[in-house]
Structure formats: structure tokens, C-alpha cells
Design a protein. Structure first.
Ligand code: ATP
Length: 513
């Protein structure tokens, strides 16, 4: 496929055309950065959530799951630091009136420098052939070294200015780099200001008694405030984890890139409570565990990388992202954060309640440290969906659009197709559906030529098609066709269930972790 933008447009239109994702309130011209999941999207999303939940909760005997409310006592957000520090630096272009995140403008500039480095590397790799040593080239080629120094210098300065809250310097940096508004092309910028990302609302019926609340900007705090409840009632021993999936809300300044950055989204988070001092070890362990989870889905190791944070958030003593290669480049998919005792310590202070654990081995109480893994469900959806969508050149000079979703996550596991709409074939096919539907989501389709029906199932991502034809009436066999290879095999009808199960069952996939 052509350039990145075209690929991404194709992803968005395919998601709509096949019932995966719709713009929210579309008949009223939509709501910016809010999306609805359609009939197939809801299934895919549910399967991703389940794949995460089983890997986290079901397969770890020291991790349990909860479901906390979206509304929380407002002091929660003071203790967590969100009231004071959950800000993004924003800047407006005076000509286009468009608002941007100041740090993202600078990061996009740096990404362009990095793209230049990539270009030099690709060129050199071609020139030198097998003898090419990338590491050596990158560290010695004067042009590349120059680019890298420039990129590093810019990011370092940005990190420092943000850490020191020196917003004037962020603006100065934008001006020095001569960054122009992508829309108006002008460099006519306002000052950089902080913008709090939490959505406020009110609880209560009368104006006087109403209480100011926030919609939670992350699910993690619901876990922290329940730390003791779960520890005591579950008689949990450190180390142990609490997992949760649920909605979070952020009034993002620039909510572009489809479901990559939404104002209402879903997170899958796990907080692992550990002994103070053991955080380095657990940080490495969870980095490795989470990467293995991703790789088990078979989307290719070349599409993932770790990215260490330059600027640590106010709560962290180590942090990194797992980045995924989206159609618009490598971007954060999941965060792994060593949060020390920041959260529990602050909740102790603000609530006046002890949030400590008595360690029988050490014979003393302490506030546990926390290791967090936090992934956006919608972002994971986008990673999977955009990676799966492929345009394939076939031997007979035609192309097919195929959505190669990991079979374990596909909304529909198999489609049953009678070759013709007569001769008793639909009845046999329907009977097969009635048998299979107890175990899997099954589609039935009898319209159009079977070739077209295969293409339809390819495009919607169904891993297996089962075709019932005249021979079925004689010997109880059917044709199984696999989405990815398009290979067909003749099998006994009573083997179909096992064949599908082998390909789609969650436990088979989870075993690869
Ligand atoms: P970003 O830097 O992209 O804004 P973040 O570092 O603020 O993300 P975290 O607070 O660490 O994100 O949240 C954990 C995960 O939640 C992210 O890795 C991402 O997958 C997801 N996430 C965060 N914000 C959004 C959003 N606005 N829309 C969709 N997913 C999001």
C-alpha cells in the first residue's frame, strides 16, 4: 500500500464498513474523539479484554480482579496528584485558531529528524549490501551523528523545561525550531499554558449540596483505594496484584488519530504490590511478561519496542512504554511504571487511614511499593486491527482485502456456507450452525456465489469458512477453508468443532506466553 496516511484512512473506512467502529452520534455529525464500537468491534474488544484478563487474573494465582466505580471521592484526585499535575502544555495558533499540545509539536519535529536518519540508514544498507553494519554506520556517519545530536538535544531541552514548568522556554523552543502550524503554515503562536485534562461534573440534586466530582482519568486509583479491602478479604500476601478494566476519561487537547487518542476510552491496568526495595527486579519481570503477552498474538516482534521515559512522571522511579508500530509510526501502546509508595503513601496522608501491610517474614508493617502495567484497550484494538488489515496480491492478478486478526480474537470464529440455496443444503448448513453455536460465534451466509462469500468473510476477519455442498449429503463431509492461506481441506462434519477449537481456543494461545 502507498503512504502511511492512505493506509490509515483505509483502516478507518474498513472499520466503519465492516461494523467495527462508528463515529459517536454520527447522525448529529459526530462528537470529536468519541467513538462507538459496532457489532464486530464490540466482539473484538471483548475478546481482547478477555485475553488480557485470563492472562492476568486466571493464570496468576496471586492476582485478583476488581471493578471499581467511575465516580470517586474528589479527594482521591488531590492525593493522586491529578488536580495539581495532570496537565498538558497547550499552545494555540492565532491564525488557524487550532490548539496543539506544545510538547507534541516539538516531538513531531524530532520524529521528522529521526525519519531522515532512517532514510540514510536504508540508503546505506542498500549501498553496502551484506557488509552493512547498522550500529557502526549510525555511530560514525557524520550526517547521521549530526541528526542524532540535534534530536537528542531538542528532547533533552524539552524534558528539562517541562520538568521545571518553564513554559516560556517551551515556546522559545518552538520558535527557535521555526515550527509552523500544519494547518495555516503560520508561526504566529500564543504563549504555552497548562491545561488540566480531567472532566468535571457534579453529584447531588441541589446547587448548595452538590459536590464537585471528576470522571476518573485512570482506573488505577480505584485499585489503590481498595488495596486494604482486597488484601484483607482475600488474605493476600505480598507480592500480589489487583487488576481492573474499565472506562477512563481525559479531555485531550488534540484528540487525533482515530481511536489512538480518545476522550472516553478503556484501560486495562494491574497494580502489583511489592516489598520496598524489590521494585527493580519486578520492573524487569513485568516488562518481560507483558512483552511475551503481546508476542503471543503473533503480530511480529519487529512491530514492538521498549521506550524508556526521559522525563519521569511525578510518581515514578522507573518507567517505560511498550511501543507498537502503528500506521503513523512507533507509538505508546502500554506503560510499565515503578510507582514506589507514592500512591498508597499519599492516600494514607489524605485519608488519615493506614494503608499498610504486615509482613510476617519481616515481622513489621510497611506501605508496599507498586509496579503498574497499564494498557489502553482501544489502543490495543487499533494495533491489532491496523496490523491485520492487508491487501493481498493473488496469483490470478486480482487482489483481496483480508483482515488477518489473531484467530483467538476474531469476532466470528467460523462462517457456515451452503454452496447453493436449494437441494436441502441450507437445512444441513443450518443444523451445523445450531450445533457449533454453543461453542463459538458462528455466521451463516447463503447469499451470492461462494467465492464472494469467502471474500466477505476475509474482509471481516473470520478465520474459517465451512462449505456444505452436494457431497455433504452423501458422505457427511464439508470443505474447510482457512482465511490466511486460503487452503481448503475436506473433512468429516463431526470433526469441524475440534478443528475450529484448535485454531481459536484461548487456552491454546495463552499457552504461548
Ligand atoms: P499518552 O502519552 O499517549 O497521552 P499516557 O502516557 O498519558 O499516554 P498513561 O496515563 O500511561 O498514558 O495510560 C496508560 C495507557 O492508556 C496508555 O499506554 C494508552 O494505551 C492508554 N491511553 C491513555 N490515554 C488515552 C487516550 N486518550 N485514548 C486512548 N487510550 C489512551
Amino acid at each position: 500500500m502507498a503512504n502511511h496516511e492512505e493506509v490509515f484512512k483505509k483502516v478507518i473506512s474498513h472499520a466503519k464498513e465492516y461494523g467495527y467502529i462508528f463515529q459517536s452520534s454520527e447522525i448529529y455529525d459526530g462528537l470529536s474523539a468519541v467513538y462507538d464500537y459496532g457489532q464486530n468491534g464490540a466482539e473484538l474488544k471483548k475478546n481482547i479484554r478477555e485475553y488480557w484478563w485470563q492472562a492476568m487474573v486466571q493464570l496468576n494465582d496471586n492476582i485478583v480482579g476488581i471493578d471499581a466505580a467511575i465516580f470517586m471521592h474528589p479527594t482521591t484526585w488531590k492525593a493522586s496528584g491529578h488536580v495539581d499535575a495532570f496537565n498538558d502544555p497547550m499552545i494555540d495558533n492565532k491564525d488557524s485558531k487550532k490548539r496543539y499540545r506544545a510538547d507534541v509539536l516539538v516531538e513531531d519535529y524530532v520524529a521528522k529528524i529521526e525519519a531522515k536518519i532512517d532514510k540514510e540508514v536504508t540508503k546505506a544498507a542498500k549501498r553496502f549490501g551484506d557488509a552493512f553494519d547498522k550500529a557502526q554506520f549510525v555511530s560514525t556517519n557524520p550526517r547521521v551523528v549530526g541528526y542524532q545530536e540535534k534530536a537528542d538535544g531538542i528532547l533533552k531541552r524539552l524534558g528539562k523545561s517541562l520538568e521545571n514548568e518553564d513554559l516560556a522556554d517551551v515556546k522559545a523552543l518552538i520558535e527557535e525550531l521555526e515550527i509552523a502550524c500544519p494547518l495555516s503554515g503560520s508561526k504566529n503562536w500564543t504563549d504555552v499554558k497548562q491545561f488540566n485534562l480531567m472532566f468535571g461534573t457534579k453529584l447531588g440534586s441541589t446547587a448548595e449540596s452538590a459536590m464537585d466530582l471528576y470522571l476518573r482519568p485512570e482506573t488505577a486509583q480505584g485499585i489503590f483505594v481498595n488495596f486494604l479491602n482486597v488484601q484483607k478479604t482475600g488474605r493476600m500476601k505480598i507480592p500480589f496484584g489487583i487488576a481492573q478494566t474499565g472506562k477512563a476519561f481525559r479531555n485531550e487537547i488534540v484528540a487525533r488519530q482515530f481511536i489512538f487518542r480518545m476522550r472516553e476510552f478503556e484501560q486495562m491496568e494491574m497494580q502489583y504490590f511489592i516489598k520496598p526495595g524489590s521494585q527493580k527486579e519486578w520492573y524487569e519481570t513485568w516488562k518481560e511478561k507483558r512483552m511475551k503477552w503481546h508476542l503471543s498474538l503473533g503480530m511480529g516482534p519487529e512491530n514492538y519496542r521498549f521506550h524508556d521515559h526521559e522525563k519521569l512522571a511525578h510518581y515514578a522511579d522507573a518507567a517505560c512504554d511498550i511501543e507498537f508500530k502503528f500506521p503513523f509510526g512507533f507509538k505508546e501502546l502500554e506503560g510499565i511504571h515503578s510507582r514506589t509508595d507514592f500512591d498508597l503513601g499519599n492516600h494514607e496522608e489524605y485519608s488519615g487511614k493506614k494503608l499498610q501491610y504486615f509482613d510476617p517474614e519481616e515481622n513489621k508493617s510497611y506501605v508496599p511499593y507498586v509496579l503498574e502495567t497499564s494498557i489502553g484497550l482501544d489502543r490495543m484494538f487499533l494495533a491489532i486491527f491496523s496490523n491485520a488489515l492487508q491487501e493481498e496480491q493473488l496469483e490470478n492478478n486480482t487482489t483481496r482485502t483480508v483482515l488477518k486478526l489473531p484467530a483467538v480474537l476474531a469476532p466470528t470464529k467460523a462462517a457456515v456456507l451452503p454452496l447453493l440455496k436449494r437441494d436441502g443444503l441450507p437445512e444441513v448448513a443450518q443444523k451445523l450452525v445450531d450445533d457449533l453455536k454453543w461453542d463459538f460465534n458462528i455466521a451463516y451466509d447463503e447469499k451470492d456465489a461462494v467465492g464472494r462469500r469467502y471474500r466477505r468473510q476475509d474482509a471481516v476477519g473470520t478465520p474459517i469458512c465451512v462449505t456444505v455442498d452436494h457431497q455433504t449429503l452423501e458422505d457427511q463431509t464439508v470443505t474447510i477453508r482457512h482465511r490466511d492461506t486460503m487452503e481448503q481441506q475436506r473433512v468429516k462434519m463431526d470433526e469441524v468443532k475440534d478443528i475450529i477449537a484448535k485454531e481459536v481456543e484461548m487456552k491454546e494461545w495463552l499457552k504461548r506466553i
